[in-house]
Design a protein. Structure first.
Length: 134
């Protein structure tokens, strides 16, 4: 069984591993949408590593509002058998958001919302999308 002490989060650059892991997290965005945020809009990519191999990836950004900064978990996925990566990674992610007054994430996966609720996150909105152009 893996131990959470063996998990490390390291900044990285976009590549095939990011594409593979981030693709698993997306519902409406594309990997190219997320890559664009990383390469052109200041979002940061991190890799989840275990025993020297990449076991996941996530992307973070900070949205600056008039009176506050808000951390955004843009997308993330990973898998280390025997480790609850959300329980391990979310506190580490929160600590990356220095000077942010809140942290936000979006998901279309009810299981993710339930796990995040157990970590202190509460539903704040419902987002709906209607495609109007081909």
């Amino acid at each position: 069984m893996a131990h959470d002490k063996e998990i490390s989060l390291t900044p990285g650059t976009w590549g095939p591993d990011a594409e593979r892991w981030i693709s698993q997290a997306l519902q409406t965005a594309t990997p190219d949408d997320i890559k664009y945020q990383v390469e052109h809009q200041g979002a940061r990519l991190f890799y989840v590593q275990h025993q020297g191999s990449i076991k996941g990836a996530f992307v973070l950004r900070v949205d600056q509002h008039q009176d506050r900064a808000e951390g955004v978990i843009v997308a993330g996925a990973g898998n280390v058998p025997g480790v609850d990566l959300m329980a391990v990674c979310i506190p580490a992610i929160e600590s990356i958001f220095v000077n942010c007054q809140s942290v936000r994430y979006h998901t279309a996966k009810p299981a993710v919302a339930r796990k995040m609720h157990r970590l202190g996150y509460i539903a704040a909105e419902i987002i709906s999308i209607k495609r109007i152009a081909p």
